[in-house]
Design a protein around this ligand. Structure first.
Ligand code: FES
Ligand code: FES
Length: 189
């Protein structure tokens, strides 16, 4: 493709693309930014908005470290473009709670010792919050024995299966399951 054809189609080859002005709603704040349209939501959060709580592990959708909530549902932010989320409601770990006012799931992870190095923890916590909403909505998983049942019993198998997209290299899994189970059973408020 010639240079003239590239400009006519708006495509660039390896160069910088024209910036896109976007508005994101992140943690109840309206944030305006200009990004290369190829920027992932993860990079927009970390590099442009300086919200470093969301972690980059694999950058390929395999580890779950980058999990955030978009309109209440958990999403791997490395696999989606920032420009696709104009006016969506994005919640990161910073929006769930802070040291003075921890979200119940954050408190449960602390109380159950659900982390070691802590790198996977923001993604685990965002994922756990989204996952409990899925259970509440009656969505079955691969581990659900009675898919027609309106009430899903949150067994350890269910928790493990539903959280299987979140990898913990420190293998804090038993304590992560305990933290989530505690919240599901009406734990720390
Ligand atoms: S960084 Fe997104 S899934 Fe690993
Ligand atoms: S606590 Fe270290 S990777 Fe999970």
């Amino acid at each position: 493709m010639s240079e003239a054809e590239r400009s006519a189609t708006g495509r660039s080859q390896g160069g910088t693309a024209p910036l896109s002005a976007i508005t994101l709603r992140v943690n109840d704040q309206v944030r305006r930014l200009e990004v290369d349209p190829r920027t992932s939501l993860l990079d927009a959060l970390r590099e442009h908005l300086r919200l470093s709580g969301t972690k980059k592990g694999c950058d390929h959708g395999q580890c779950g470290a980058c999990t955030v909530l978009i309109n209440g549902r958990r999403v791997n932010s490395c696999l989606t473009l920032a420009v696709m989320h104009e006016d969506d409601e994005v919640v990161t770990i910073e929006g769930l709670g802070d040291p003075e006012g921890l979200h119940p799931m954050q408190r449960a992870f602390v109380e159950c010792d659900g982390f070691q190095c802590g790198y996977c923890t923001p993604g685990q916590i965002c994922s756990a919050v989204g996952m409990l909403a899925e259970v509440e909505a009656g969505w079955p998983s691969h581990a659900t024995a009675e898919v027609a049942s309106s009430r899903i019993a949150l067994s350890n198998e269910e928790i493990r299966e539903r959280m299987s997209g979140n990898i913990c290299r420190c293998a804090a899994y038993p304590n992560i399951v305990a933290a989530i189970r505690g919240i599901a059973e009406g734990g720390p408020e």
